[in-house]
Design a protein around this ligand. Structure first.
Ligand SMILES: [Zn+2]
Ligand SMILES: [Zn+2]
Length: 334
């Protein structure tokens, strides 16, 4: 079979590999869709401290169980299920967390093995009828978005700002609407990418410069109830805090480059305005199941966000599209 393997930064190879064999307690999957995201682009450029090469990449996985033909979606982040955090129901911050495509071979392959650890935490979800494999593969990033918005308590009547118009930003706009947000504003410094995203997710306003001033203007000086940064930008995080309304919630959804993670924060804004700043680290198995349900019910549409469908041999083209911001969602169909 064909796989896309990471060997080193800048060195992802399409290779022939023997079909994997499922051991006891494991599941063999015929991968139908594995979507790409900014993380794949980051791994391609810099590698990742959790990846010991060579490793088959790909963590947004949907396919068929080889033995039964069952249509399934697979989680990406694998909690241990046994530590203190897991036992308290906080699986997204499990310190023993492992990931598909990092610690285990992922979905950029015709066949893949689901480790027993994934099955042990209910990490394989049946794809509901009417939901395609490509849509199901987007349940994983949507699950992360769901975790972020639940921690930031996005709810009815909120004015929500999403900073970053990539695939994650688009999912944030869609989910905020599904949760009853009053208005959603989309911000990106790349006017072209912003226009492409806005065409699809139709925010109430788009902002490509001076976001703090623009958001204050749009909200009559009040600021936004929730600001979500879906971009690896410290400047965006600093702006997010300044455009939040009193008792606003700020989600630092996207992480910062590990060599540049320090921002300037006016602590008095947090103090006097009673702001809440939250992070977000992936998603739990339950978030994945909930994301699939949201897609199946039509609460969050994802099919139109899939702008490119490529073959496995074109993984590098897909990653290139993602790095240039020239696509919303690129899915690989091995
Ligand atoms: Zn991803
Ligand atoms: Zn754990």
């Amino acid at each position: 079979m064909k796989v896309a393997r990471f060997h080193a930064p800048g060195d992802i190879r399409i290779e022939d590999a023997p079909e994997p064999v499922a051991g006891p307690g494991e599941l063999k999957i015929r991968v139908r869709n594995c979507s790409t995201c900014g993380t794949d682009a980051k791994i391609h450029k810099h590698g990742h401290h959790h990846i010991v090469p060579p490793r088959v990449m790909g963590h947004e996985i949907a396919g068929e169980v080889v033995d039964t033909g069952a249509r399934v979606q697979v989680i990406a982040a694998i909690p241990c299920g046994r530590c203190e955090e897991c036992r308290r129901g906080r699986q997204t911050i499990c310190p023993n967390q492992e990931s598909m495509g990092y610690h285990y071979d992922g979905g950029f392959a015709e066949y893949m093995i689901v480790p027993a650890k994934v099955l042990a935490v209910n990490g394989v979800n049946a794809i509901p009828d009417g939901v395609g494999f490509a849509e199901a593969s987007v349940a994983e990033p949507l699950a992360c978005v769901l975790n972020g918005q639940s921690l930031a308590r996005v709810g009815a009547g909120d004015d929500v700002v999403v900073m970053g118009a990539g695939p994650i930003g688009c999912l944030h706009v869609r989910l905020a609407r599904a949760r009853g947000a009053a208005r959603v504003f989309l911000v990106d410094v790349n006017a072209e990418r912003l226009a492409m995203a806005a065409e699809l997710v139709r925010p109430d306003a788009v902002i490509d410069s001076n976001p703090v001033e623009q958001v204050l203007k749009l909200t009559g000086g009040r600021g936004a109830d929730v600001v979500i940064t879906a971009a690896a930008s410290g400047a965006a995080q600093e702006q997010a805090v300044r455009m939040a309304a009193r008792q606003g919630r700020v989600s630092f959804f996207g992480g910062l480059p590990k060599d540049d993670p320090v921002i300037a924060l006016d602590s008095n804004l947090v103090h006097y305005r009673e702001l809440t700043i939250v992070g977000a680290n992936g998603s739990s198995p339950a978030h994945n199941a909930e994301a699939l349900r949201l897609v199946a019910e039509g609460a969050v549409t994802v099919s139109d966000l899939i702008t490119h469908r490529l073959e496995l041999e074109q993984v590098l083209d897909g990653i290139d599209l993602v790095s240039r911001g020239a696509a919303i969602k690129v899915t690989i169909e091995p």
